[in-house]
Ligand binder design. Sequence first.
Ligand code: HEM
Length: 474
Amino acid sequence: MASVMEADSADEMAPDPPKAAPAGAIPVVPGLPWIGNTLEMAKDPAAFFLRAYRAHGPVYRIKVFGRESIVIAGPEAAMFLTTRQGRDSMRSKEFWEGLVREYGATETLTGADGERHVRLRTLMRDGFSRESVAGQYDTLVAITENALSRRWRVGTTIPVIEAMQYLVVEQLGMMLTGSAPLDYIKDIRFAILTILNVLVTRQRPSIMLKDPRYKTARRRVDELGRAMIADFEAKEAAGGAPRNAITDVLRANKTDKDLMPDENLILTVTGPYVAGLDTAANTMAACIYGIVKHPDIHARIKAEADALFAKPSIDEADVRGLKAINGAVMEAMRLWPIAVAQMRTATRDFEFAGFTIPEHEMLYIGTSVPHFMHEFFPDPATFDIDRYNRPRAEHLQKGAYSPFGRGPHSCLGQGLAEVLMAVAIARVFHRYDLALEHPDYVLKTKTAPTPGPANSFKVKITGERNIPGKGKQP
Ligand code: HEM
């Protein structure tokens, strides 16, 4: 079934013809001696990619964090990812090698390519899908409610990123394994954020991997992986573990060792926390900011959330029908995309927009550039949750909107993420009155490990509404 976001194109759609066919070398974005464009990139990568796209067109060279790379950007680059030529010319292996090594594994879904990638993706597709939540919507609401009521107190000020990270771990744990790994949450956060910083996005030095706190957290994540495997074995012995993303992987380990060898199990079963923790937490935090900052939108979201939970039970159609809430989440992903660019390596020389991209070059695919272009999203800086409704449907223009990436590695957890985030946002605003620390607060952002709101972003809990078991609050 389709996601909340309708797709804008078939997979094989050809890219737009290049606007100009420039001759000669790929333009270089001027930078400072030695550090090149690092400062601009570290400050606001989305703004940097857009500025360079406007100045140099869809292909340019940059130097960041001591490495030279080529950027291909804009709607044409987003569409290129979905073409056969794009698939055959780029791979992601190199970007995930550090993570794979750290776990003593041989492969991970995100870094696999070609035939093996298709097989792994097929194995994991059902467990990460929107359909995997069918029949469990009320459970998901209960999980979300529990997580919130455990930590959110009226009169306190909540650091939103951290609060959302805790919430996502509980939601993912319950949905994927049937239990929230509460004892492990701190370690999951510490280990995964360090791994993303050092081994994947490589914005922090590898010395951080020697930090005893990291080593402890990392050991605990292994321990969690082993506990997940033991839990599966126990359930199988007792008559059969229910089917989900984790048990699909663990069953494949028994029936198809070539696809899922023992050494890849820990990384694969704890992988959803790597993929879902920062991505969903950053997006929900940005969404909360967008809502609380705009009183008119805030009122609409509360009304929609209250109507949702006035129902005795909710299902997929109810969540899909949340126009204001889904619009707010989509607007958060447009304005604060967690994947400003997708990272790849050229597997051969290939042509793009009139340039030859040489084999072995490191590439950033600037898919988020159109998110900020007025040609696609009029008044692009405005948090406008109605852009996605027909007849406007601004996101459906070719290559315009890619928060979940594009092409073979596009987010496999999109369906699940959309449900988790919509339910969480609905529940937060159904249960609490929130306010910014100061009404004129403007969101500060961070770029490491994943772009999103700064850890310093806080909201005040000014009131509690609709307390379960206590009837409606005024
Ligand atoms: C707001 C939430 C999320 C966003 C915006 C997001 C975004 C993305 C993006 C942009 C990619 C592509 C990376 C690339 O091409 O290099 C990706 C891949 C992936 N995501 Fe998500 N993600 C989110 C949440 C989740 C969740 C909750 C899960 C699962 C629990 C998940 C599972 C995956 C997986 C397994 C891949 C790898 C797919 C592959 O390589 O074939 N994501 N995600």
